[in-house]
Design a protein around this ligand. Structure first.
Ligand code: NAI
Length: 305
């Protein structure tokens, strides 16, 4: 492969800055730290950073127990070693300064993401690779907030929830992404114990492009009164080998998120419209504040146990 003379000299990825210390950002920080990368975790408030630390602590305890089932001292050693690789700050520009890679996992809002990346572009060194963990937005659109040069080093790096358990990372290639940068991202993905797949910048990439229309069709089965939620879930688990049925999976993901993605794709296009037509039962549940597991009720009721 010919190297273009204008290609920016790439460094090995050692320092990762993760922006957003929520569910996904905390998970990404954790797996990177476990792989001995230096991680700076950023959020807007100390409270949000504290939340991120709590998410990591709870998860890493389980990992440590699995690694050293009988040995509490070794468990603690493992936890301490990982935490030694993590620092936290509310100053994203400062955190960009010695990042080889920045992974953004903030709120799913294109304007907010673009503003963040615009600021980071000015603050980060030339070689820094920029990635978004967006599930449903166009990586190309987000990258438009940055310079021509940076856009050649701007990709989607899409992890799955829960990050410590899910083995896949979709690396989303925009038209402008350099092959050398893609290769580096594939390498760092493997280093943190995940398997990368490559995908163009299209709605839902691979996994959600297939999963979201499938789940919406499951909701339509309910809407039409053809089967119960329990029967749909049992059918897909026992008949199609799915680990979770589509209805319980939707409750796990969050019904507001499901609706947000379907509505967004309907607006931005790039997907067959009939695959994302509105579904009454979904709209009704979201309007009632029944958002799934996180609100106690969704298609199922999680309040009684
Ligand atoms: P979350 O709501 O748990 O966490 C988002 C965090 O970002 C919060 O701590 C918030 O304070 C922080 N934040 C918001 N604006 C910020 C800013 N300007 N600068 C720094 N921090 C900021 O959200 P979650 O679920 O972790 O999602 C984050 C991203 O990951 C979204 O783009 C989402 O689409 C994507 N994603 C989510 C998955 C999921 O299953 N939840 C799966 C894969 C991707």
């Amino acid at each position: 492969r010919a190297m273009s003379t204008s290609a920016i000299q790439q460094k090995e990825i050692r320092n990762i800055t993760v922006i957003g210390a929520g569910l996904m950002g905390a998970g990404i920080a954790q797996v990177a730290a476990q792989a001995q990368l230096k991680v700076t975790l950023v959020d807007t408030t100390d409270k949000a950073l504290e939340n991120g630390r709590t998410i990591i602590t709870n998860s890493i305890k389980r990992v440590a127990k699995k690694k050293h089932p009988e040995d509490q001292a070794k468990q603690q050693e493992y936890i301490d070693a990982a935490f030694q690789n993590i620092s936290t700050t509310t100053d994203s520009k400062q955190a960009a300064k010695d990042a080889d890679l920045i992974v953004e996992a903030i709120v799913e809002n294109i304007k907010v993401k673009q503003q963040l990346f615009k600021d980071l572009d000015a603050a980060a060194p030339e070689h820094t690779i920029f990635c978004s963990n967006t599930s449903s937005l166009s990586v190309t659109e987000i990258a438009k907030a940055t310079s021509d040069k940076r856009r050649q080093q701007f990709a989607g790096l899409h992890f799955f929830n829960p990050v410590p358990a899910m083995k896949l990372v979709e690396i989303v290639r925009t038209e402008e992404l350099q092959d050398t940068v893609f290769d580096q991202l594939a390498e760092v993905t493997k280093k943190i114990g995940k398997t990368p797949v490559s995908c163009k910048d299209t709605p839902g990439f691979i996994v959600n492009r297939l999963l979201v229309p499938y789940m919406l069709e499951a909701f339509r089965i309910l809407d039409r009164g053809e089967a119960s939620p329990q029967d749909v879930d049992t059918a897909m688990k026992l008949g199609a080998g799915m680990p979770m049925g589509p209805i319980e999976l939707a409750d796990f993901v969050g019904l507001d998120t499901m609706k947000f993605i379907a509505d967004g794709w309907r607006e931005t296009g790039g997907i067959e419209p009939s695959l994302v037509t509105p579904v009454k039962v979904l709209d009704d549940l979201v309007a009632e504040g029944r958002l799934g597991r996180k609100s106690g009720k969704g298609f199922y009721d999680y309040t009684k146990k």
